[in-house]
Design a protein around this ligand. Structure first.
Ligand code: MRU
Length: 369
C-alpha cells in the first residue's frame, strides 16, 4: 500500500539479504520509523512490544525470526530454542504458532548447514502467501460491497464500520478487513469507513486512520461506543473486522470490543463480516469462548495516553486516578451466531464447522496430526 506515493509493505528483507526491516507501529501516526531486526530475540521483542502487531504480521515476523535464529545457531537445539522463544511472544493470534510450525516442518528434516538458507526461503514464501491470500479476500469481500451498491440509490456511499486495525499494517500488504475496502476504492466505488478508535491502544485512531488517509480512502474516526448509535440510524451498511483466531465452530476472537459491535449489528440487522486468512483458523479449538487464550496486557495501556502537543512534542499523560485498579483484556470472542459470514481467500463462508472444514480440508488434516 502507499505511504506518500511510495509503495510499502509492513515487513521486508533488507538489501543486505539477511536483516529484516519493519515499520515501527508504536511510533505511528506521529512518526514513520523503520526498525531493523537482526536476531531472533529482536523479532520476539518486536512482537511482544507491538512494534509489529496484527495476527498475519505477527506470523510473518516470527517466520523471519526463525530465519535470523538459523544464522545464529542452526543446530536442533537452536531450532527448538528459537521456536520456544517466539511462540510465547503473544498468546492469542494463532498465526504465530502456525508460522512457527510451518518453519519447523521445513527445517527439522534437513541438514543444519542448509537450514539458514531454507529458512529465509520459507519465510519469504509465507510473506508472499499472505499477500496472495489478502488479494483473494479483497475479491471475495468486494462482491459483498457490490451487492450493497446494487441495492443503494445511484451516487450513494457505502458505509463500512471497522474495529482495530486489520489493515495492511496488520498483514504484509492489503490487510484483511481493509482489503475489500481498498479494492472497492480502487474500482471507483464510493466508500466511507467508520473507524473505531479502539481503546486502549487506539489501533483504529492511530493506524487504520493513518493508512486509509495515506491511501485516500474517506473515513471518520469515532469513539468506540458510537457504533450502536450509527447503526440505529442506518449509517452503517456493513461491518468488516479482522480476527486473531477463528475456532472450528466459527467463534471469532478479535480485538476487545468487537463482541459489542457484533451485538449492536445483530440488534440492528447490520451484516457483520469477519475477514480472515486461512492460517487464522484453529481447528484444534472447538469452542472459541471457552478455549481461546485471551491476552491481558499492562495496565499502563489503560492509565496512560501518548499524543502530540500543540507545539509538536510527544507527551504521555495519565488519565486514570492514581491508585485505581485497571483491567486490560486485549481480545474478546464473538460467538458464531452473531457473525454473518467469514470472508476468506476461498469465498465467503458460513461461520460453522462444516463450512470451514469443507473449504479448508488440508488444515483439518494438519490439525489432526
Ligand atoms: O493487539 P493487536 O493490535 O495485535 O490486535 C490486532 C487485531 O485485533 C486485528 O483485528 C487482528 O489481528 C486481525 S489483523 C488482520
Amino acid at each position: 500500500m502507499r505511504v506518500d506515493g511510495k509503495h510499502f509493505r509492513s515487513i521486508w528483507r533488507e538489501r543486505d539479504g539477511w536483516s529484516v526491516g519493519a515499520i515501527d507501529q508504536r511510533r505511528l501516526p506521529h512518526e514513520f520509523v523503520v526498525a531493523r531486526l537482526t536476531s531472533c530475540e529482536d523479532a520476539a521483542v518486536a512482537i511482544r512490544d507491538m512494534l509489529v502487531r496484527g495476527a498475519p504480521l505477527i506470523g510473518a515476523t516470527a517466520a523471519y525470526g526463525m530465519a535470523l535464529a538459523m544464522r545464529e545457531d542452526a543446530s536442533d537445539a537452536g531450532l527448538k530454542r528459537a521456536y520456544d522463544t517466539l511462540v510465547v511472544a503473544r498468546p492469542t493470534a494463532i498465526n504465530l504458532k502456525w508460522a512457527l510450525d510451518e518453519m519447523r516442518a521445513t527445517l527439522a528434516p534437513i541438514d543444519p548447514v542448509e537450514r539458514a538458507e531454507a529458512a529465509y526461503a520459507r519465510a519469504d514464501e509465507i510473506v508472499e502467501q499472505d499477500v496472495e491470500i489478502n488479494r483473494g479476500i479483497a475479491g471475495n469481500g468486494l462482491k459483498l460491497i457490490e451487492a450493497i451498491v446494487a441495492r443503494k440509490k445511484p451516487g450513494e456511499t457505502v458505509n463500512v464500520l471497522t474495529h482495530c486495525n486489520a489493515g495492511w499494517l496488520a498483514t504484509v500488504d492489503w490487510g484483511t478487513a481493509t482489503a475489500p475496502i481498498y479494492l472497492a476504492h480502487e474500482r471507483g466505488i464510493k466508500i466511507h469507513v467508520w473507524v473505531d478508535e479502539t481503546r486502549p491502544r487506539n489501533q483504529g485512531a492511530s493506524l487504520t486512520a493513518w493508512e486509509l488517509g495515506h491511501h485516500g480512502v474517506p473515513h471518520t474516526v469515532i469513539p468506540d461506543n458510537t457504533g450502536g448509535h450509527l447503526m440505529q440510524h442506518g449509517m452503517v451498511d456493513l461491518a468488516i473486522v479482522g480476527t486473531d483466531r477463528v475456532a472450528a465452530n466459527g467463534d471469532v476472537c478479535n480485538k476487545i470490543g468487537t463482541y459489542l459491535k457484533a451485538l449492536a449489528a445483530h440488534d440492528n440487522g447490520v451484516p457483520f463480516y469477519v475477514a480472515l486468512p486461512s492460517p487464522t483458523i484453529d481447528f484444534a479449538v472447538n469452542d472459541g469462548i471457552r478455549d481461546i487464550p485471551i491476552e491481558q496486557r499492562s495496565g499502563v495501556e489503560v492509565t496512560d495516553m501518548t499524543g502530540r502537543t500543540a507545539d509538536g512534542r510527544l507527551e504521555t499523560v495519565r488519565i486514570v486516578p492514581e491508585g485505581s485498579p485497571v483491567a486490560n483484556y486485549a481480545f474478546d470472542v464473538t460467538p458464531a451466531r452473531l457473525v454473518t459470514g467469514l470472508i476468506t481467500e476461498r469465498g465467503v463462508l458460513k461461520p460453522d464447522r462444516a463450512s470451514l472444514a469443507a473449504a479448508f480440508p488440508e488444515r483439518i488434516a494438519a490439525a489432526a496430526e
